[in-house]
Design a protein around this ligand. Structure first.
Ligand code: AMP
Length: 570
């Protein structure tokens, strides 16, 4: 799998592996992604490189400093573990061979160890695993633990491989949709293996399991939006904060981010206020949380808070300092049943009936209108009130909550659209070119990309070297160190060869002048023009790291194509 850059080949290898794995497929779907559980469970082995180096040294009598040196050469402890396992003589190679369950269960056991003496217990379990491993097993087990398995296997690839393996001949979107409502790959693999299509179709959300968020399309004129949504629509403020999905199961409250990561610990004030605001048995609510000034009611952009807190939104203990208000705009589940299939208007009414607004919870401000002037005035008011713009929402009867989907039921219209190119883009860092002169010692430019969700690959769109202040510029090599890969990752499609490649993970907000045709970039290659792609002209970093987005949540190739087409119209 590591050696192939062809997505179809990867999917077909996975499919036959899934069939062979029998009931171990439930564990395998996690292992091939280097995970032990769905992301939202936040399960990690919690073993730092240093600890693994110690264990490997203990097994082999190779000194720790030598192991560190070997590791520095490739940046990969897995390769070092391969060498060490090849040299172990205690057990004959033929006697060593783990099952999927062995590896999975041992890693899970490591992740569960906590408290006193946990370090030496983890070390013991890892040592045992490696002693019983073939060299290749040692390599991949070590990579899983260090979070560097990186086979480029996305959720979408796993789902299409499960379909190929277990023979579903209906619409693949139905399977994807079930997963988006309840994103536990082990459950999906189990149901698919037993051909339980009924349970898959009946999948409904459950409190404490994050639902993939619904997203908006974009248009650059209000009149186009009205036409698209059938002359009349709801318009809500588009708050510039963090997506906040709130779950309550009758006793606990949990909060999940846009990327389905649990962020409960970051919102102590919201958790506290929840129970005094809502009186219900269970629910899943969707909204946006925004920091604000309690004296004036003024909203602050979220970056203000996240900048101070570094990479993670660590608001613990700081809630008094910068209060947060959640603007709720949807409800997915209430008192034991899903509300996702109700039309948007009904969900909104339900939400309105559930609570009285207070300083921690408010309803998203909105109007329902067919009058362009009124909508334009509402948009301007949204900007004056500190928002990014508005989100238009269809009020037709056919408006279920579409988990994980970007669709024309929601259309965003932002302030940026009135600037030169329109919206900013969220581009993923794929590689870097060495800096010269004043930039010696850091990077001169980054190779930036977008995600092609149809092909499940990343494509390049520009080289980015503008908009970095010195502090950020010189921190880049360190910031990206852990993402370095030896060669072009197999899910990246590039014509350019940068000096360093990175695993696609970090997303930067970038503005630019326009989208142009380019023979050296692979974004939408040969779509608009034969043997050419699309590129972003005069790109500039806005200074914002989109830490709330994973690599594959960056701007999509399809968005760039429609931006290009829209430009051509003007
Ligand atoms: P974007 O990140 O530009 O694709 O815009 C979509 C995001 O806008 C959503 O993920 C939400 O976090 C945010 N948002 C803010 N206000 C609203 C709203 N009223 N309805 C839906 N999304 C909103």
């Amino acid at each position: 799998m590591e050696a192939t850059a062809k997505r179809l080949e990867l999917a077909s290898m996975l499919a036959s592996l899934f069939v062979d794995a029998k009931d171990e497929v439930e564990k395998l779907v996690f292992l091939v992604q280097g995970k032990l559980a769905p992301d939202y469970e936040g399960i990690e082995t919690g073993m730092a490189d240093k600890l693994l180096v110690k264990a490997l040294s203990g097994i082999s009598n190779v000194r720790e400093d030598q192991i560190l040196k070997d590791m520095a050469k490739t940046g990969d402890l897995g390769t070092v573990a391969f060498g060490i396992a090849s040299g172990i003589k205690q057990r004959a190679l033929e006697e060593r061979m783990h099952t999927i369950a062995d590896v999975f269960d041992s890693l899970k056991a490591i992740s569960k160890i906590s408290g006193e003496g946990s370090i030496s217990k983890k070390l013991g379990l890892y040592t045992e695993l490696i002693i019983g491993s073939t060299p290749s097993e040692a390599k991949y087990i070590t990579r899983i633990i260090t979070g560097r398995l990186r086979l480029g296997v996305s959720d979408a690839t796993i789902i299409s491989s499960l379909i190929a393996a277990f023979g579903w001949d209906g619409d693949p979107e139905a399977i994807e949709y079930a997963y988006n409502c309840y994103p536990d790959m082990a459950r999906l693999a189990r149901l698919m293996r037993s051909h339980d299509w009924h349970s898959i179709a009946a999948t409904s959300p459950a409190p404490m399991v994050p639902v993939k968020v619904m997203l908006a399309e974009r248009l650059t004129s209000l009149s186009e939006i009205l036409v698209k949504l059938g002359k009349k629509a709801a318009f809500e403020y588009k708050y510039d904060g963090l997506r906040t999905q709130i779950h309550y199961d009758g006793s606990n409250v949990k909060i999940f981010s846009r990327g389905s990561e649990e962020t409960t610990g970051n919102f102590p004030d919201i958790i506290r206020a929840f129970k005094s605001t809502f009186n219900l048995k269970s629910c899943i609510l969707d909204g946006e949380s925004v920091p604000y000034n309690p004296e004036t009611g003024e909203l602050y952009p979220f970056q203000m808070v996240s900048k101070r807190r570094g990479r993670k939104y660590d608001l613990e203990g700081k809630s008094e300092e910068i209060p947060i208000v959640v603007f709720l705009f949807d409800i997915l589940y209430l008192d034991g049943r899903s509300t996702m299939n109700l039309p948007y208007e009904e969900r909104r009414k339900l939400l309105e009936s559930l609570f009285s607004e207070n300083e921690n919870f408010k309803l998203a401000t909105r109007i329902v209108s067919s009058d362009l002037q009124e909508i334009q005035a509402f948009f301007e008011k949204s900007i004056a009130d500190g928002c990014e713009g508005i989100v238009a929402k269809s009020v037709s009867d056919e408006t279920p909550y579409r988990a994980g989907a970007r669709g024309w039921q929601w259309i965003k219209f932002k302030r940026d659209y009135q600037r030169q190119m329109g919206d900013s883009l969220d581009l993923v860092v794929l590689g870097a070119f060495a800096g010269h002169g004043r930039r010696k010692g850091t990077y001169g430019a980054l190779l930036m990309g977008v995600y092609n969700d149809e092909r499940d690959t990343f494509e390049t769109i520009c080289k980015l070297g503008t908009g970095f202040n010195d502090e950020i510029l010189f921190s880049l090599p360190k910031r990206f160190e852990a993402l370095k890969t030896e060669s072009c990752p197999n899910n990246v499609n590039s014509i350019m060869t940068p000096e360093v490649w990175f695993y696609p993970d970090t997303v930067l907000e970038v503005v630019g002048a326009e989208i142009t045709i380019s023979p050296v970039h692979t974004c939408a290659y040969s779509v608009i023009e034969e043997k050419s792609g699309l590129s972003l002209r005069f790109p500039r970093f806005t200074g914002i790291f989109r830490t709330d987005k994973k690599g594959s949540e960056c701007s999509k190739t399809s968005e760039i194509i429609s931006m290009y087409n829209n430009q051509a119209k003007k």
